[in-house]
Every structure is written in C-alpha cells, then in structure tokens.
Design a protein around this ligand. Structure first.
Ligand code: FAD
Length: 378
C-alpha cells in the first residue's frame, strides 16, 4: 500500500509539493485552513502578484507546468527607476533574453490546486492544523464540523510563516528558532488600466521609486493594471505613523511619487482601507523531526526584497524530488539530506533579501552604483 503523506497548507509550496509526491505514487492529503480560493473571493491578504524567477520556473517545469505558467507571466527584463522629477532610467537585470516574470499569486495557486487534483491529491479545505505530534505523526485540525486528528506516515508543514508544525517543534527539545521584524512595513495600492484599456506604464519592467529610507514598487498584471507596493517605516519622519490624514497622504505622494499619482485615482482611499503589514525573517533548525518536515516559508520566511521567497520554496520541493529520484523512497535519509542541502541556501537568501532592501530603496538611485552595475554587465 502506498505511504500516506499529510501536507499542511495548500498555498504555493504545499500544492507544488503535493503534486511532486502524488506523481511519485504517494497517497497525499493536503489540508488548507482557508476555504477553496477557486470558489471564494477571499482576499489572500498578501501580495497580489509575485516575481517568478528561473529557480521557481525550473520546479514548475519538473511537474510539466512550464507552458501553462508561461502563458500567465509578464516578463520583466529589468528595473525602471523613477526619480522625483518623473525621469525614467531602465536597468537591465542581466543579458539580453534574461528576465524575471510577474505572475498572479491567486492565479498560480489556482493552477497548482487544479494540477494537484489531477495528480490525485486529496484536498481538504477549512481544515486548520492546531498542532502536530511528531512522535506519532499525528496532526490535529479544527474544521467547521469539529475537531479531527489524522495519522499518516509523513507530515510536511507547508503552512507558511506562522506554521503550526513549526510551533509544535518549538515545544520540543533542541529546536532553534529566531524571528526578526524589520522597521518597515508595506501596503498595497493599485494602478488600473487606462481608459483605453492599456497599461499605464511600460509593462516589461519592475518599476521602482527609490527614496532612501522608503520606496514604491509596481509589478504588471495580465489585466493591464499594476499592483503597487509602498514600503515605508512604521515610525518616525516619512512613516506610516506620520501619514494619518488624507491631506498628509496626498502631500507625501505628490512630493515623493508625483508621476505615479495621476495613475492611481483611488490611492488615498486605498491607503486607508488596505491593511499595513509587517515584514519578518524567520530562521529555524532542524527542519526535520522524525517523519515530520518543514518546507517553504514555514522553514524560512524572508523579507520580499529579492523576490525569492516563493522561488526558494519551489526549489525546496524540486530538491526533495531530486533526492527521491536518487534514493528511491521517502525516508529518514532523504529528509536529512533535504534539510542539510537547503538550510545554507535558505540562510543565504534571507541575508541577501535583507541587503537588497537597501539596494532597492537607496542604491539604485545612486549614479555611482548604476555606473558600476553597467560596467559589470559588459
Ligand atoms: P504561504 O504562501 O504562506 O502558504 C501557506 C498556506 O498554508 C496558506 O494557504 C495558508 O492559508 C495555509 N495555512 C497556514 N496556517 C495553516 C494551518 N495552521 N493549517 C492549515 N493551513 C494553514 N516571493 C517570491 O518568490 N517572489 C516575489 O515577488 C515575492 N513577493 C512578495 C511580496 C510580499 C509583500 C510578501 C509578503 C511576500 C512575497 N514573496 C515573494 C514571498 C512569498 O509570498 C512566500 O515565500 C510564499 O508565499 C511562500 O509560500 P508557502 O506556500 O510556503 O506559504
């Protein structure tokens, strides 16, 4: 009989992991705390679109989704820098033909959920995991019908930055854990398509308005709108705390992002109605205890400035799949090699992401930095 695997979370990483395992013949059950996003219009609460890079694409390709995903992507071959006077400067990310992609979070999750079902994964929505007993590989859930417990051979915690599996690990011996919030947070805003139904700016770029301690960025969507994210300190001058009234918000945006203002007809209302969220790095180890393992943000939540959180989670799944290919079956050796291979990479990208906040908000506007990057590219 095939081994039973419980996957906590049917977000981006949980669904991709489930597909990899189901394709290898495991009996996979994915438990998602929220309702099925394909049937409800619940807002995810986090970035509407994401930058998908080569690493993430490689993992999607390995489950046969390359073409489906490419049809949903908008290539972004570089950054478009907006200065305070509205002048534009395009910085390519790499050589000609190299680019990252803007993709919708919910569109990608929907595609992965459909693919998981096709691969034979059992999806259980509105099942929120409360804890896991790693000694007995038992996961406990609350559901609209009451509490249940599920026994399986393996449990993967793909349940995000506030993982229930990681919380359970934290009550066990010799488990290290650290979380760190940076002083800035973020808020999402919106640039709609123009009245002629066109993109209001060049869609083939990640737009940045770098302003030292804060910045605005915008990524294109397939419906010709842009999702805009304001990264701003919580406290002090030019902070969320200093923007309390519509007048203060308007004055701040007119001074700092004047060329974006006419493109965002509802931004003042959006500013006050959309949530402000914190940005956290979470590091922990070990990721594996007996037959239970952390993966994706549950193992390594990072700040979004390198656009690599999801990509790193997808790479976790890909590496695990390669180990299964090599070693044949899911067992202690596979899980141990998985965590040993992935932890150094997770540490590196966590540090790079923190550093890249300084580069994006500050250095990309510095002429010396731009010149150096241009020379490096030659
Ligand atoms: P999540 O996406 O958090 O999914 C976890 C899932 O588990 C969710 O569906 C949740 O409902 C469910 N869940 C949670 N708790 C439970 C529970 N107890 N029981 C059952 N289910 C549960 N990454 C990139 O690669 N590129 C980007 O451009 C990018 N931009 C970002 C911008 C912002 C503003 C932010 C905040 C993040 C960004 N990221 C980006 C990071 C990316 O969002 C995450 O790395 C990615 O979502 C991680 O996927 P995951 O499946 O591990 O976790």
């Amino acid at each position: 009989m095939s081994k039973k695997v419980t996957v906590l979370g049917a977000g981006l990483v949980g669904t991709l992991l489930s597909i990899f395992l189901a394709k290898r013949g495991y009996n996979v059950h994915a438990y998602e705390g929220r309702p099925d996003l394909r049937k409800s219009q619940l807002e995810g609460g986090r970035s509407i679109n994401l930058a998908l890079s080569h690493r993430g694409l490689k993992a999607l390709k390995a489950v046969g989704l390359e073409d489906e995903i490419k049809a949903r992507c908008i290539p972004m071959p570089g950054r478009m820098i907006h200065d305070t006077a509205g002048n534009l400067d395009f910085h390519p990310y790499g050589k000609e033909g190299q680019f990252i992609n803007s993709v919708s979070r919910s569109g990608l999750n929907e595609l992965l959920l459909n693919e998981a079902e096709k691969a034979g994964v059992y999806l259980h929505f509105e099942h929120r995991c409360t804890r896991v007993d790693h000694q007995t590989t038992t996961a406990y859930f609350t559901t609209p019908q009451g509490s249940i417990e599920v026994n399986s051979d393996f449990v993967f915690g793909a349940d995000g930055a506030f993982s229930a599996l990681r919380n359970s690990f934290m009550r066990t011996d010799r488990f290290n854990y650290e979380q760190h919030y940076i002083t800035a947070g973020y808020k999402e805003l919106h640039i709609p398509a123009t009245t002629k139904g066109e993109f209001a700016m060049d869609p083939h770029a990640l737009h940045i308005w770098p302003r030292g301690k804060f910045m605005l960025i915008a990524l294109p969507n397939l419906d010709k709108s842009f999702t805009v994210t304001l990264f701003l300190p919580f406290e002090g001058e030019n902070s969320f705390a200093s923007l309390q009234s519509p007048d203060q918000v308007l004055t701040f945006f007119n001074r700092e992002f004047a060329d974006a203002v006419p493109l965002m007809p509802d931004f003042v209302e959006d500013f006050f109605s959309n949530p402000t969220s914190g940005l956290v790095t979470m590091r922990c180890y070990p990721w594996v205890k007996q037959n239970c393992a952390l993966i994706g943000d549950a193992a390594h939540a990072i700040v979004p400035f390198y656009g690599q959180g999801m990509n790193a989670g997808f790479e976790d799944c890909h590496v695990l799949n390669q180990l299964l290919e090599e070693l044949g079956t899911l067992n202690a050796e596979v899980l141990s090699r998985y965590q040993e291979m992935r932890k150094p990479d997770a540490e590196a990208i966590a540090d790079l992401a923190l550093y890249n906040f300084i580069e994006m908000r500050d250095k990309v506007a510095d002429p010396k930095f731009v010149l150096q990057k241009k020379i490096e590219k030659r």
